[in-house]
Design a protein around this ligand. Structure first.
Ligand code: AMP
Ligand code: GLY
Length: 429
C-alpha cells in the first residue's frame, strides 16, 4: 500500500522507520520529512499544516493511508478533509482532537465522567479569572485554552504571578487566539508519566508508558521545553498502575467521547500526575509524544502499520502487539538557545559513528541537508535537532549507550541533558 506520514520531527522519523519495515508498505512518503527520514521514505516539500497541499498530494499520488504525526493538522481537521475525499487516515477527527485542542473541553469532559483530574475553572474574562485566583490562593496553574506549542501553561507560586499570567494570556495575547479563554487549575503534586493507547473509537489497545523530561536543564531545572529526553517503560507505571490508568482514565474517556458524539480514533496520549491519591490527568494529547514515540518505536517488536490501520478501521478489539522487554531511552540534542531562539545552520558530524553504537539509533528532528563547498552536510534547523535513542536491558544500560552515541556526535553548538532517566536509575540501585 501507499502510505503518507505527515510531519518532520523525531517522532515522524521513528514512525517512518517502523512503517518502512512493514511488508504491507510498498511506497512511503513523508511531508515535509527531514534528512534522516529521507533514508527510509521519499520526502515531499509540503508543510504539515498545508491541508490543501496534503489532500491534493494524497489524491494525486493515490495514497491509501495517511498517518498524521503532529497536533496542528489534526486540530485543523486534516483527517476530516481526507475522509471527505475517501482517504483513510490515522488520527482523530477535528471534533475529537479537541481533547488536545481545548483544555476547557477536556476539563469539562473529565468532570462530567468523573475522571480524576485537578479542580478547575474556565474563564473568558479577566476579572472573573482573578476573582477565582483570589478565592483559591497559590500555588495555582494558569493555562491558555488552545494550542500554544506546549508553552501555554504557567505554574504560579503566588497570587501575583497567577494574576500576571492571566494578563499575559488574555490581555497581552502572548499565545494569540489560544488565550481567548483560560483554564485555572489546582496545582498537582507527584511524579509525571506519559501513557499511550491506540483507540479505535470504542476499544483501547494500551501501548506503553514513558517518562519525559520537560525542563531544559539537568536536575529538572530551567524553563520547560517540548521534552529533552524520555524512556520507556517507567517504573512509576507498574502493572497495577497500568490497570488503574486503563480503568479510571482511558476507558471512561473513550466511552465519554463516544457518548458525546465525538468518538476518539488514533493515539490517546495521557499526561499524568501520579500522586499519593493515584493517577490524575494533567492533559490529553491526540498524537504520539515526541520524544516518547522514539523510545516506544524502538521497543515495539510487532509491525506498526497493521495496528494503525486496525485503529482507523475500528478493528482493535482482537488486536495484539508484542514488545521487547528492553528499556529504550532517548536523549534530545538541542541547538544552543533552545527553548528560546535556537542557533540555526551549524554543522553536525559524527552521525554515522553514533549509529554504530550497539543498540543505538539517531532519529533526526530539526535537521537540514546543505551543500557546503563540494560536500553535503547536515546542519541544525530547529530547536530540538536530534533524538539519540538506545535500547538496553536496564535504564542504566540504555542510558550509557545513548550517551555513548551522543558523545560521538560532533556539534559544538548543540547541547543535551546528561541525566535522562535519573528517576528510574535511582530506583534501579
Ligand atoms: P501541559 O502542557 O499541560 O503538559 O503542562 C506542561 C507541564 O506543566 C506539565 O508537564 C506539568 O509539569 C506542569 N503542569 C501542568 N498542569 C499542572 C498542574 N495542575 N499541577 C502541577 N503541574 C502541572
Ligand atoms: N513530549 C511531550 C509532548 O510530545 O507533548
Amino acid at each position: 500500500m501507499r502510505v503518507l506520514v505527515v510531519g518532520g520531527g523525531g517522532r515522524e522519523h521513528a514512525l517512518c522507520w517502523k512503517i518502512s519495515a512493514s511488508p504491507l508498505c510498498d511506497i512511503l512518503y513523508c511531508a515535509p520529512g527531514n534528512p534522516g527520514i529521507a533514508d527510509v521514505a521519499t520526502c515531499v516539500a509540503i508543510g504539515a499544516e498545508d491541508l490543501d497541499g496534503l489532500v491534493k498530494f494524497s489524491q494525486d499520488e493515490h495514497i491509501d493511508f495517511v498517518v498524521v504525526g503532529p497536533e496542528a493538522p489534526l486540530v485543523a481537521g486534516l483527517v476530516d478533509r481526507l475522509s471527505a475525499v475517501g482517504i483513510k487516515s490515522f488520527g482523530p477527527t477535528k471534533a475529537a482532537a479537541q481533547l488536545e485542542g481545548s483544555k476547557g473541553f477536556t476539563k469539562d469532559l473529565l468532570a462530567k465522567y468523573n475522571i480524576p483530574t485537578g479542580a478547575y475553572g474556565r474563564f473568558t474574562d479577566v476579572a472573573t479569572a482573578k476573582k477565582f485566583i483570589a478565592q483559591k490562593g497559590a500555588p495555582i496553574v494558569v493555562k491558555a485554552d488552545g494550542l500554544a506549542a506546549g508553552k501555554g501553561v504557567i505554574l504560579c507560586q503566588t497570587v501575583d504571578e497567577a494574576n500576571a499570567a492571566v494578563d499575559s494570556i488574555m490581555t497581552a495575547r502572548t499565545f494569540g487566539a489560544a488565550g481567548n479563554e483560560v483554564v485555572i487549575e489546582e496545582f498537582l503534586y507527584g511524579e509525571e508519566a506519559s501513557f499511550f493507547a491506540l483507540v479505535d473509537g470504542r476499544t483501547a489497545l494500551p501501548l506503553a508508558a514513558a517518562q519525559d523530561h520537560k525542563a531544559v536543564g539537568d536536575g529538572d531545572t530551567g524553563p520547560n521545553t517540548g521534552g529533552m529526553g524520555a524512556y520507556s517503560p517507567t517504573p512509576v507505571v507498574d502493572a497495577a498502575m497500568h490497570a488503574r490508568i486503563m480503568r479510571e482514565i482511558v476507558t471512561p474517556t473513550i466511552e465519554g467521547m463516544a457518548k458525546e458524539g465525538t468518538p476518539f480514533t488514533g493515539v490517546l496520549f495521557v499526561g499524568l500526575m501520579i500522586g499519593t491519591d493515584g493517577p490524575k490527568v494533567i492533559e490529553f494529547n491526540a498524537r504520539f509524544g515526541d520524544p516518547e514515540c522514539e523510545a516506544l518505536m524502538m521497543r515495539l517488536k510487532s509491525d506498526l502499520l497493521p495496528a494503525l490501520i486496525a485503529t482507523a478501521d475500528g478493528q482493535l478489539a482482537h488486536f495484539d502487539l508484542r514488545w521487547y522487554d528492553d528499556v529504550a531511552l532517548t536523549v534530545i540534542m538541542a541547538a544552543n538557545g533552545y527553548p528560546g531562539t535556537p542557533q540555526k545552520g551549524t554543522v553536525i558530524t559524527g552521525l554515522a559513528a553514533a549509529n554504530e553504537v550497539e543498540g543505538a539509533m539517531v532519529f533526526h528532528a530539526g535537521t537540514k541537508e546543505e551543500t557546503r563547498g563540494k560536500d553535503k552536510v547536515i546542519v541544525a534547523n530547529g530547536g530540538r535537532v536530534l533524538a539519540v535513542t538506545a535500547i538496553g536491558k536496564t535504564v542504566r544500560e540504555a542510558q550509557a549507550r545513548a550517551y555513548q552515541a551522543v558523545d560521538r556526535i560532533k556539534w559544538p553548538e548543540g547541547f543535551s541533558r546528561r541525566d535522562i532517566g535519573w528517576r528510574a536509575i535511582a530506583r534501579e540501585k
